[in-house]
Design a protein around this ligand. Structure first.
Ligand SMILES: O=C(O)CCC(=O)C(=O)O
Ligand SMILES: [Fe+2]
Length: 297
């Protein structure tokens, strides 16, 4: 659904100013919006998954391990598709303030696309180079939105999400390097750093990020991890046309409202990602941060 249609529907959870900020700037931080009972459920689910990770010694299609991971001292980059590994993650992705926030920016009919839990572990959790997301999972329009929830307080020293104000209205950059490697990286000299917005906030804050917005985050050199649950939705009438890098049987579920009867098309083109039908190596394979497993992340 396109912006002018979306804005005909009254907002549910965002203020008018927050909604305007999302469409003008490409991202908005909504502080303290997820109640503590949700946070406790999700933290418990996350702790359960970290316990399970003690048994593995190599990255797989669920866990992406940080260097130094061991049974005694688990250390994770990411849990891919958490909604498929613990029911509380799906409960949250399917019905919670996250879905209401998504509805405020994609319209009343909301479709689930994929999710991940980026831990950014204490004392060295990895950075994310500047990038835009939509080139990894193009859709027929630019409604896709990622709703990120900080499970713990996130200060500047933990490597919060940083977005470039207004970049959602700018061009799409190539996510390939000059050798056609998929790097999901925009060289920093092309970034307007004056417009960087650091989304720091207490546990329970949501960052609502449009799929065109340039973003990245610094390494976490602090003593506290930065668990960030990211769930991507689109309008129900927006459709993908490439292989989802983080596949799930739940992809395409309508979590609010009704399925589409007509598709929506934005005329602006999108770069096409590699064919991931045989698995997704992910940007870390090329982002100079050490090698990773080559299974789906
Ligand atoms: O976790 C972060 O700071 C950013 C993650 C991100 O941009 C992504 O996974 O696409
Ligand atoms: Fe991203």
């Amino acid at each position: 659904m396109l912006e002018h249609e979306i804005l005909k529907h009254p907002a549910i959870i965002l203020t008018t100013a927050q909604r305007e900020q999302y469409f003008e700037e490409g991202a908005v931080l909504v502080k303290d919006v997820v109640p503590v009972n949700w946070l406790e459920r999700l933290r418990a689910a996350s702790a359960e998954m970290i316990e399970r990770s003690r048994k593995i010694d190599q990255s797989d299609d669920r866990f992406l391990l940080e260097d130094g991971h061991s049974p005694e001292n688990p250390c994770l980059k990411r849990l891919s598709s958490p909604v498929d590994h613990h029911p509380d993650f799906w409960a949250f992705a399917g019905s919670s303030p996250a879905v209401e926030a998504a509805a405020d920016v994609v319209g009343p009919d909301v479709k689930y696309h994929h999710s991940k839990l980026n831990f950014k572990w204490a004392r060295g959790g990895m950075k994310f180079d500047w990038h835009q997301d939509i080139q990894a999972w193009p859709h027929t329009d630019y409604s896709p939105v990622t709703v990120g929830l900080y499970l713990e307080d996130c200060g500047d020293e933990q490597g919060p999400l940083v977005t470039i104000r207004g970049s959602n209205k700018g061009k799409l950059h190539s996510m390939y390097d000059e050798n056609r490697n998929w790097v999901l990286r925009i060289p920093e000299e092309r970034i307007d750093l004056q417009s960087a917005v650091h989304h720091v906030g207490p546990a329970g804050s949501l960052v609502i990020l449009n799929c065109r917005t340039v973003h990245g985050s610094a390494p976490n050199l602090s003593e506290r991890s930065r668990p960030f649950l990211l769930i991507t939705y689109s309008s129900a009438d927006s459709f993908t046309y490439t292989v989802n890098p983080i596949q799930s049987p739940r992809e395409g579920t309508i979590v609010r409202g009704n399925p589409a009867t007509m598709s929506c098309h934005d005329p602006r083109p999108c770069e096409v990602p590699p064919d991931w039908s045989a698995g997704y190596a992910g940007p870390w394979a090329h982002q100079d941060q050490g090698s990773i497993g080559t299974t789906a992340i």
